[in-house]
Design a protein around this ligand. Structure first.
Ligand code: ADP
Ligand code: MG
Length: 340
């Protein structure tokens, strides 16, 4: 049974950056305003994430890593519409099957913090140990895939894996601007990404992608179709709301196209949208460098990820052709207006 669990875990968690993405989302879901990350050997040796979020109550620690343990199901309705939020209660479970995992946490208002280690989804003896702690949670993941040689062999060099981690954190730092992020190699005084508490989205872009990118960005706003609420049925009308920042005509330093895409709060990829936008920049600004775009897209949750595996980053959605065309047209008109 553990073999099956390990295989399942390897599908949810492919590499250090995917483990980190899950932990990062949990920290944000817990309302954290400060998240710091420490990485050893590209995360192959150690990934540690500390947040100042809600913390985890003692009584929840025993089942924390059980499959389908989640505090995020409001109702049966939600079960039917997992949509972009991914498999519920899969991430920590999966990580506990393929690493040595330690959780140190103190719930807001609690007297003590607790430290617990997990193995194969269960608390290891002797169980939660009271420790002095500050409110929030630290999760430490060591020796990822120590027991899955095929996954371990598929990992790239430490510096490449670290690059992928920086990429994930950078995207979330822009999306969740105002949350203070710090990422560093374990033991380094200097962080490789630092964003300020309370900063704007443009501040976060500057901190992560550099002043050259931030300087050239144009705002993008779009509302189309009907509502974007959870009540809109899967076969209901298109509803679309987009807020973004896009590189304009004067941005000439992009070596590769960057599309930071969030749909309903989750960082995803959408190849058809990417191709369309790259094509648009290619024809509109033929001499320009590769574009840089950040898009925060909202649409009815039930219409997202139809028939697609929720742990894959690539998403599909209803009304895809119309949605992509609406975004393309909005980007085009902003580029034309700014180029006059
Ligand atoms: P999901 O996020 O889908 O609920 P996870 O396996 O990622 O599943 O996490 C399981 C549960 O553990 C969460 O629902 C949450 O209650 C709790 N949890 C995980 N990380 C944190 C954190 N950093 N702060 C507070 N609670 C957390
Ligand atoms: Mg999660």
């Amino acid at each position: 049974e553990n073999v099956v669990n390990k295989i399942a875990a390897g599908e949810v968690i492919q590499r250090p950056a995917s483990a980190l993405k899950e932990m990062l989302e949990n920290s944000l879901d817990a309302g954290s305003t400060q998240i710091s990350i420490s990485v050893k050997e590209g995360g192959n040796k150690l990934l540690q994430i500390t947040d100042n979020g809600s913390g985890i109550r003692k009584q929840d620690l025993a089942i924390l890593c059980h499959r389908h343990t989640t505090s995020k199901l409001a109702s049966f309705e939600d079960l039917e519409t997992l949509s972009t939020l991914g498999f519920r209660g899969e991430a920590l479970c999966s990580i506990s099957f393929v690493s040595h995992m330690t959780v140190t946490t103190m719930a807001r208002g609690a007297t003590y913090g607790y430290r617990v280690t997990y193995k194969d989804s269960e608390v290891e003896a002797p169980g939660p140990k009271p420790v002095a702690a500050v409110p929030g949670t630290t999760i430490t993941v060591e020796d990822l895939f120590y027991n899955v040689p095929t996954r371990r062999k598929a990992l790239r060099s430490a510096s490449e894996e670290y690059g992928l981690i920086l990429d994930v954190v950078g995207r979330y730092a822009v999306y969740s601007a105002g949350v203070a992020f710090a990422v560093r190699r374990h033991g380094d005084a200097r962080a490789d990404i630092v964003t300020a508490a309370g900063g704007s989205r443009l501040d976060a872009v500057r901190a992560v992608y550099g002043a050259d990118v931030a300087r050239e960005l144009l705002p993008l706003r779009l509302e189309a179709g009907g509502g974007t609420g959870a009540d809109v049925p899967v076969d209901g009308p298109m509803g679309l709301r987009v807020e973004g920042l896009i590189s304009g005509a004067n941005y000439t330093s992009g070596k590769k196209a960057v599309l930071v895409l969030f749909i309903n709060g989750r960082c995803v990829e959408c190849a058809p949208l990417r191709r369309t936008l790259e094509g648009l920049y290619g024809t509109l600004l033929p001499k320009a460098s590769k574009p840089w775009l950040f898009l925060d897209v909202r649409m009815p949750p039930r219409q997202v990820e139809v028939n697609m595996h929720p742990t894959k980053r690539e998403v599909g959605f209803m009304h895809q052709t119309e949605v992509i065309e609406a975004i393309r047209a909005a980007v085009e008109s902003q580029l034309l207006a700014s180029n006059e």
